[in-house]
Design a protein around this ligand. Sequence first.
Ligand code: HEM
Ligand code: HEM
Length: 222
Amino acid sequence: MQTTTAPAPAVATTHDYSAPMRVWHWANAVLVSGQLLTILFLKVIVSARAAIPDMQREVAEKGGQLTEQQGRAIAHVISDRIWSWHIWLGLTLAACWLLWTVLQVLDPAGRRFGAQLLAAGRRYRLAPPADHADARHELAAKLTYAVFYLTITVMVLTGLALTWADDVAWLGSIEHSVKEVHNVAMYVIIGFVALHVAGVVWSEITKDRGLISRMVSGERRA
Ligand code: HEM
Ligand code: HEM
């Protein structure tokens, strides 16, 4: 009987990122972008409070009168609608963060982020001069991821605290400081996203073709 050998696949699955980790990455990216968008709408695009004089003018043109207090009440309703998006996206982001934590525990030891960060540090220390620049680049990328993971942890914990600040007395007593931390963490996240997207696009078009599609399909050309 004639036996046929199957042709070698054109692509081989890499073990860079597991499928759940890739799902986590894109879900996390969408949710973080969504959170930033809610703040952009609240503070810049809609900015309901700053629109009170416009509301008063429009109402006056129609023959009515809108007091400052009434304007504030309307602005509050508009802002609340955007805040509820922020909170629901935030709770989903918190679930996503929990998924990442569980994946870290379940993933084989070598694929855990901590192990990869240590390995990148070791490679950088031991790299021969010719590979030094590449090893430094890899370590720098991993360090930015470490900053992101720390910051998103702060964001989720402070976000959850703010969500229940009105219901839990001791959370209410620290609400102001928690808000400050939540606010500052946002700038770190914005910095990370800008650097990260520019970095992966730069790597993709220079020396690491297929980097982005690997984060989608997990496959590297053989
Ligand atoms: C809000 C947006 C985003 C966030 C928060 C984010 C976050 C992350 C994090 C934390 C990692 C590290 C995964 C790990 O090694 O543990 C990562 C890797 C990666 N991300 Fe993103 N990402 C975002 C958007 C994007 C976009 C828009 C692209 C594509 C243009 C992208 C492409 C990649 C790729 C290719 C990697 C793997 C890079 C490598 O192996 O070093 N990300 N991302
Ligand atoms: C990338 C992620 C996030 C960004 C950029 C972000 C940004 C912000 C900013 C700038 C504020 C305004 C703080 C102030 O008034 O000074 C805020 C408030 C808030 N955030 Fe987030 N946040 C994020 C994630 C989360 C998460 C995960 C939760 C958890 C559910 C959350 C829940 C809240 C709540 C409850 C408030 C207070 C809303 C209010 O004052 O009515 N956020 N966030």
